[in-house]
Design a protein around this ligand. Structure first.
Ligand SMILES: N[C@@H](CCC(=O)N[C@@H](CS)C(=O)NCC(=O)O)C(=O)O
Length: 213
């Protein structure tokens, strides 16, 4: 639903410590889309956030006609529809698109499992932590990153060649996020291709303009 009938600039709501917000900010920059970033916290700025999106989910995008969108994948899907073909971040062929969606899915699953571990370790008192659940989540996190490590080539190109696309952003952002918030996590060690890939991505201007911390 539009929040206003008047034309307004696009606004991206949410903090860049969220990998979901960050992937949208970086992707919008790569697409060449102007936007205002409003770093509202879903916790500390709950009321201000709720005034724009009552569901309080980050990222939230308020489009130029005032439509309020949420969920990083749905936001990026919307943006792909009106950006010039040469600025799009999803490859055009069916086979490449399927591979891209698979890689993005693995990266998003890794983000989700990382968040679950962080919540388990930081929010739940130690006596209430459930080891079988932690082991399950840790196994899923390891599986996601093992699959991604196997997909990355060594060298100086990206997942689909010369251009940084949505899958590259998702993978690099996920890896940076996981290793930042879980620095001692054993299942994140020994993944040299992912580490190098994220390091190269983080050196790009679009990534540097959207710092995680
Ligand atoms: N699948 C969503 C996940 C977004 C998400 O979980 N965002 C977190 C911040 S990192 C959030 O909004 N948390 C507040 C809540 O769920 O109450 C996406 O891709 O945007």
């Amino acid at each position: 639903m539009p929040v206003t009938d008047e034309e307004c600039d696009m606004q991206l709501l949410g903090m860049l410590d969220s990998p979901y917000v960050r992937r949208v900010a970086i992707s919008m920059d790569l697409m060449g889309i102007d936007f205002e970033h409003r770093p509202l916290s879903v916790f500390g700025d709950f009321e201000a956030f709720a005034a724009i999106n009552p569901v309080v989910k980050a990222p939230t995008l308020v489009t130029s006609d005032g439509t309020v969108l949420m969920d990083s994948t749905l936001i990026l899907d919307h943006l792909e529809t009106f950006v010039e073909p040469e600025r799009r971040l999803v490859p055009p062929t069916v086979a490449e698109r399927a591979r891209a969606q698979r890689l993005v899915g693995l990266a998003l699953a890794a983000c989700e499992k990382t968040v679950q571990l962080v919540y388990e370790f930081r929010l739940r008192p130690p006596e209430r932590q459930h080891t079988p659940w932690i082991d399950r989540v840790r196994g899923q996190l390891a599986a996601a990153y093992s699959s991604l490590e196997a997909e990355i080539e060594t060298g100086e190109t990206w997942l689909f060649g010369e251009r940084v696309l949505a899958a590259d952003v998702a993978v690099a952002v996920a890896w940076s996020f996981s290793t930042f918030v879980l620095p001692d996590e054993a299942v994140l060690r020994g993944r040299p291709k992912l580490a190098r890939f994220a390091e190269r991505a983080e050196a790009l201007q679009a990534f540097r303009k959207a710092p995680m911390a």
